[in-house]
Design a protein around this ligand. Structure first.
Ligand SMILES: [Zn+2]
Length: 346
């Protein structure tokens, strides 16, 4: 139950967000202003009109809306603004560290200089860090529907962008009809370059997609992975090898990946001992924040304060940071959680 004490605990608890897309965090006001300034036609004249655009009936439509609206983001300075605004919004939720994904193909296909978008993003986050202390890193999330051939070009940029805080390589986009296996070689090279690797898997496709991401891509973390509940052997593997699932509950509900809160497998995964984290995915599209996601998991899955602490620590332990920095982050989270619990008496 969401008691007033738990509500306050959730608002103030130290958090780590590992699965959030920069483009999916754009506020309606910023989208409107960028579209106007960049001369990009969108079918809306005011903020209320833009809010109406964030509508879709299924995962396919969601991707189309996402791609259409991303066209409004054009220059490096646009990315700087998005990253700064996201950094501030995350810090306000006491998110100590965030890993933020960029969708490179959305921008490369429009002829943009990918390095410029990454530089802009890094500049925006660095400003937010100076103002709030939030730590951040960037991951490139390659749209699997574009196939492995073009991924090499993007990976080369990712490698060159490592000094700008790029630490992760991922595949996302349309999982149906685009299995992980053809990306095995790209992922092997990403790992060789020193990038951490993850994959969206088991969001709208079944267990074979998850097995492929683990065995062929050696993904360290999986985006969603919720369909692993359909395969007992896979569940056991995830638990025994502590493969982390970055769960985004509202996202799953709104894209139709799960039909209802009752049928969402978060509780089942958690109770099976799988290391799960809680995330917002695309906060604007899913009308949520990380804080709101924690509220919802308490309401719908009956999680208590002990569980919230486990979830927050799971995220800190799964960060793509060097060991010493990760240990320091885990200790900060532990310390803040303990202090808050004793202050609130819960
Ligand atoms: Zn995602």
């Amino acid at each position: 139950m969401l008691t007033p004490e738990l509500e306050e605990f959730i608002a103030r608890m130290p958090k780590v967000e590992l699965h959030v897309h920069l483009e999916g965090s754009i506020t309606p006001r910023t989208l409107l202003e960028l579209a106007q300034r960049n001369g990009v036609e969108i079918p809306a004249r005011d903020v209320a009109g833009v809010e109406q655009l964030f509508r879709y009936r299924n995962f396919g439509e969601f991707l189309t809306v996402f791609m259409n609206l991303a066209r409004a983001i054009v220059r490096g300075s646009d990315f700087e603004r998005l990253a700064y605004e996201l950094g501030i919004a995350l810090a306000e939720q006491n998110i100590l560290y965030a890993e933020v994904m960029l969708s490179p193909m959305q921008h490369l296909r429009r002829g943009m200089d990918l390095l410029e978008t990454i530089e802009g993003t890094a500049t925006g986050f660095a400003q937010a860090e100076r103002e709030t202390g939030i730590m951040w890193r960037i991951a490139l999330d390659y749209g699997r529907q574009y196939g492995p051939d073009q991924a090499w070009e993007v990976l080369e940029v990712a490698r060159r962008a490592m000094p700008y805080g790029v630490v992760g390589w991922s595949i996302g986009g349309n999982e149906i009809g685009h299995p992980p296996e053809p990306f095995a070689e790209v992922f092997a090279n990403a790992r060789k370059a020193g990038l951490h690797v993850m994959a969206h898997a088991g969001e709208v496709a079944g267990p074979p997609s998850i097995w492929g991401a683990i065995e062929m891509l050696q993904a360290e973390r999986l985006g969603h992975g919720i369909r692993s509940v359909d395969d007992p052997e896979l569940l056991e593997y995830l638990r025994d090898h502590q493969v982390v699932l970055d769960i985004c509950p509202s996202s799953n509900l709104l894209t139709g990946a799960t039909a209802t809160w009752n049928s969402h497998p978060l509780r089942q995964l958690y109770d099976a001992g799988v290391a799960v984290t809680i995330n917002s995915d695309d906060p604007t599209f899913f009308h949520t924040t990380l804080t709101e996601e924690f509220r919802r998991v308490v309401q719908h899955f009956g999680f208590g304060v002990d569980d919230l602490c486990v979830l927050a620590l799971n995220s800190a332990r799964a960060a793509f940071l060097p060991e010493t920095e990760k240990t320091a982050l885990v200790e900060r989270v532990e310390k803040q959680l303990a202090a808050l619990r004793s202050e609130l008496g819960i």
